[in-house]
Design a protein around this ligand. Structure first.
Ligand code: ZN
Length: 333
C-alpha cells in the first residue's frame, strides 16, 4: 500500500517527530519507529505502516471479545494487524502485536463488504491493539456506520483523549482490558510508564457508549486478597457505574511468563464473590464455570442469559425486561 500519513503528531527539530496518539509520546528520529512498531518517521513525517493491511480476519461469537451485554449470541467479523503500544508480559498475541509479520491488503471498502456476511453485526477491531491502527479504524468505522453496521474495539484503552473523542462517535462498544489500578502495575507488567486507561473508560461512559472490562488475574502481579479485588469493584462502581460488566480472566502461561503457573480457580471465584458486592455483572473467563458465566437480574436474581462456553441462551424477551420482575435489562440488542 502507498504510505499513509498518520494523525496526531508534531514535527520537532532536526527531522524528528513526536507521536501524540497514545500517552507514550514516542519521539522518533528520521527513519525510526515508535514503541508500537507501526508508526514511523519517514522524511520528517509520521507514517502509519499498517493502513489497509491485516494479519487475520475471522467470524467470531461476540462473546469471545468478550462482550456479554452487546447483541448476545451474535457473530461479529473480527480483524487485526501488527503492533501495540504496550508489551504485556503474558501477551497471547505477541507474534503479531510485538513483531512485524506478513499482512494482506484489506481496504476499508473490503472490510464493509466482509462485515455483512454470515450474519455478522459489524466489525470488531481486535487481536493486536486497534489504537495503533487509528487511521484505518477511523476511516473503516465511518463507512461501517453509513452502511448500518456496528463497530467494536477490543483495546488496552491507553489513547490520548483528543483522538479518542474523534473515534467515539463511530464506535458502539468497547472491551477495555484493564491491567491494574495503578501506574506501577502498568510499568511492571506492560512496560507502560504513563497509562491513562482510567480516564479513557470514564470518557467512554460519559458519552454513553457500551463498555465492558476484562481483568486478567496474573500470579506474581496481582494480590490474591479480597481487599485487592474490592479496589476494582469500588472504582468501577463509583466512576463508571454498577452496570459495567467485568470479566475476570484466568491466566495461562504465555510469552514472557511461560514458566508461571495458571491462576488458581479459587482466586477467580474469590474475585467474583468480592466484586459482586459492588457491581451487577461479574464473570469469569478461561475457565468452565457456567453459573459464573451467566447473567442474573440484579433486582430479583432471575437467570437472564445462560452461557456455557460460547453457547448462549437469552431468556428475556424483545421488550428488554426481566421476565420475573420487569426490571429493564442492561443489554444492547
Ligand atoms: Zn428481575
Amino acid at each position: 500500500m502507498p504510505a499513509v500519513e498518520g494523525k496526531y503528531w508534531t514535527a520537532l527539530d532536526n527531522g524528528f517527530v513526536r507521536c501524540e496518539l497514545c500517552p507514550r509520546h514516542c519521539t522518533m528520529p528520521p527513519g525510526g519507529t515508535g514503541f508500537c512498531l507501526v508508526r514511523k518517521n519517514v522524511d520528517g513525517k509520521l507514517i502509519t505502516t499498517i493502513y489497509s493491511e491485516i494479519t487475520s480476519g475471522a467470524y467470531d461469537p461476540v462473546e469471545k471479545k468478550p462482550l456479554y451485554h452487546f447483541y448476545p449470541g451474535s457473530v461479529i467479523f473480527s480483524i487485526g494487524t501488527n503492533g501495540c503500544n504496550l508489551d504485556c508480559k503474558s501477551c497471547q498475541n505477541w507474534e503479531i502485536s510485538r513483531r512485524i509479520t506478513l499482512r494482506e491488503v484489506f481496504t476499508p471498502e473490503m472490510a464493509v463488504e466482509y462485515a455483512g456476511r454470515y450474519g455478522s453485526i459489524g466489525i470488531a477491531y481486535t487481536y493486536n491493539d486497534p489504537i495503533v491502527w487509528f487511521e484505518y479504524v477511523l476511516d473503516t468505522a465511518k463507512l461501517m456506520k453509513e452502511a448500518g453496521y456496528v463497530n467494536v474495539m477490543v483495546t488496552n484503552g491507553n489513547i490520548e483523549l483528543e483522538p479518542l473523542r474523534e473515534l467515539l462517535p463511530f464506535i458502539d462498544a468497547f472491551n477495555v482490558d484493564l491491567k491494574g489500578m495503578d501506574r506501577d502495575y502498568y510499568l511492571k507488567f506492560s512496560s507502560m510508564p504513563n497509562p491513562n486507561v482510567w480516564q479513557v473508560c470514564e470518557e467512554i461512559k460519559k458519552v454513553g457508549k457500551h463498555l465492558e472490562l476484562t481483568k486478567l488475574i496474573v500470579p506474581g502481579f496481582d494480590e490474591f486478597t479480597p481487599e485487592y479485588f474490592e479496589r476494582f469493584g469500588k472504582w468501577i462502581s463509583e466512576n463508571l457505574g454498577k452496570e459495567v460488566p467485568i470479566h475476570y480472566s484466568r491466566f495461562f502461561p504465555a510469552y514472557k511468563l511461560s514458566n508461571t503457573p495458571p491462576t488458581p480457580v479459587e482466586v477467580l471465584d474469590m474475585a467474583y464473590d468480592v466484586t459482586r458486592e459492588y457491581l451487577y455483572y461479574v464473570y469469569v473467563g478461561n475457565v468452565v464455570e457456567p453459573e459464573r458465566e451467566s447473567t442474573y437480574c440484579p433486582k430479583c436474581g432471575a437467570l437472564l442469559v445462560r452461557r456455557v462456553g460460547y453457547n448462549v441462551e437469552v431468556l428475556f424477551g424483545e421488550d428488554g425486561r426481566c421476565p420475573q420482575c420487569g426490571r429493564r435489562v442492561d443489554f444492547v440488542f
